[in-house]
Design a protein around this ligand. Structure first.
Ligand SMILES: *Cc1c(COP(=O)(O)O)cnc(C)c1O
Ligand SMILES: [Zn+2]
Length: 398
């Protein structure tokens, strides 16, 4: 049975991110057959659509943008209330550091404690719509927990593969949701190899970052929210902790879509996008600074910011494109710096952020000191997760 909302999504097709070949969005797709590259969802954006008509103002979650999201039938929506997170002014830190405007989008308030909820709500909803019975994921922690929760809600089998050194809280939460958990010695790329073994018969949908097109669509809602919450203006600089890069790529995609829709007028400049990495695992930084041609052979080490331990991101080219188009940059922050950032956000702003969030604040400080960001500029930090599941990594460091 198709609900009346079946027609409201403006989903058009899927497009290869390398050669732009198009693929049907009505059947299950993974990466592109032509280039083995990520597929990007495209929409009919040229028919007039005002924000008033395009946004469901009664919906207090990311699903308020469902017209620009890929789900065709609302009956397939698997939601725990993800998204529409607060945008908070960091007034105390701004005055301490003499900054004109410092904002944080707190994604730690999402279901399962991180912004992974957005991507997995979308991916699991689409998996349900396309008749998938179970999903599998290699994860540094948060994505696995989110997938397990949404699979539980959607009645699907869940298989999660994570590094053995991941804090226990991530594993436990997966067990509570009834997921099958496999532990691997190594980082997320080693988990990906195990996923290929476990799923050699291809019975499960692999929802790895950018290996299916819909997690990105969930993540892009952060871009829509930012613009709406800032009343159709944008920050001058946006700082994001990049692992696989879906947030960076997704937010930029949202900005481009809103430009095409006319929601963001041409005179509103897009922000300079900053990818923040962990010093222990900074493949994008190594490529960006010319130390390597790409990260296909990069070897990373563990960091307290588990979500940043992604040595060989599939979306590297797309991330570099965002940095280029936005005149952005990459900043590595070490684990000590992340702890300092977490302390400052906790003591002065009442926010217990993930180490990834601590890294982003330290990167902002670093770029201000270097003169790359002016003190008069409007800065936006993305805190991607809550600190709570990372206790084991930061115990006794307050
Ligand atoms: C996964 C994760 C990241 C990195 O997200 P990508 O989409 O892989 O770039 C950052 N912070 C937290 C808390 C995460 O869980
Ligand atoms: Zn292609």
């Amino acid at each position: 049975m198709q609900s009346t909302l079946e027609t409201i999504s403006r989903l058009h097709a899927l497009e290869c991110s390398v050669c732009r070949a198009t693929y049907s969005a009505t059947v299950l797709q993974r990466t592109s057959a032509c280039c083995a590259a990520p597929l990007l969802a495209t929409y009919e954006l040229h028919e007039p659509l005002s924000p008033a008509a395009g946004i469901d103002l009664h919906e207090g979650s990311m699903w308020r943008y469902r017209r620009l999201l890929p789900l065709l039938d609302e009956a397939n929506q698997v939601s725990l209330g993800e998204g529409f997170t607060p945008l908070l002014p960091l007034t105390s830190l701004a005055s301490r550091y003499n900054l004109a405007e410092l904002l944080i989008k707190d994604e730690g308030q999402n279901p399962t404690g991180s912004f992974k909820a957005r991507g997995l709500s979308m991916a699991i909803s689409k998996a349900k719509e396309l008749g998938v019975a179970g999903c599998i994921i290699p994860t540094a922690g948060n994505a696995g927990v989110a997938m397990a929760a949404y699979c539980a809600k959607g009645g699907m089998r869940a298989v999660v593969v994570m590094p053995r050194h991941t804090p226990q809280a991530f594993k436990e939460e997966c067990y509570w949701y009834g997921a099958e958990v496999h532990l691997v010695d190594g980082l997320i790329n080693d988990c990906a190899a195990r996923v290929r073994e476990l799923n050699s018969a291809n019975e499960l949908l692999d929802v790895s970052t950018l290996k299916e097109p819909y997690r990105l669509e969930g993540k892009k809602t952060m871009g829509y929210e930012l613009a709406e919450q800032l009343r159709w203006t944008l920050p001058d600089v946006l700082l994001y902790p990049a692992g696989g890069g879906t947030g960076l790529i997704g937010i930029w995609k949202a900005f481009r879509e809103m430009q095409a829709l006319g929601w963001l007028p041409a005179e509103v400049p897009l922000p300079r996008m900053v990818a923040v990495q962990a010093t222990a695992c900074a493949p994008l930084w190594a490529t960006y600074t010319g130390q390597q041609a790409n990260s296909q052979q990069y070897v990373g080490r563990p960091t307290i910011a588990n979500g940043l331990a992604v040595p060989r991101p599939l979306g590297e080219a797309l991330m570099l494109q965002v940095l280029r188009e936005s005149r952005g940059t990459v900043v590595p922050i070490d684990d000590q710096g992340m702890l300092t950032g977490m302390r400052e956000l906790a003591r002065h702003e009442g926010l217990f952020v993930a180490p990834e969030g601590g890294a982003v604040w330290m990167a902002a400080r670093k770029l201000v000191d270097a003169g790359w960001i002016g003190r008069h500029e409007r800065m936006l930090l993305l805190n991607t997760g809550s600190g709570q599941k990372y206790l084991e990594n930061v115990m006794g460091q307050a």
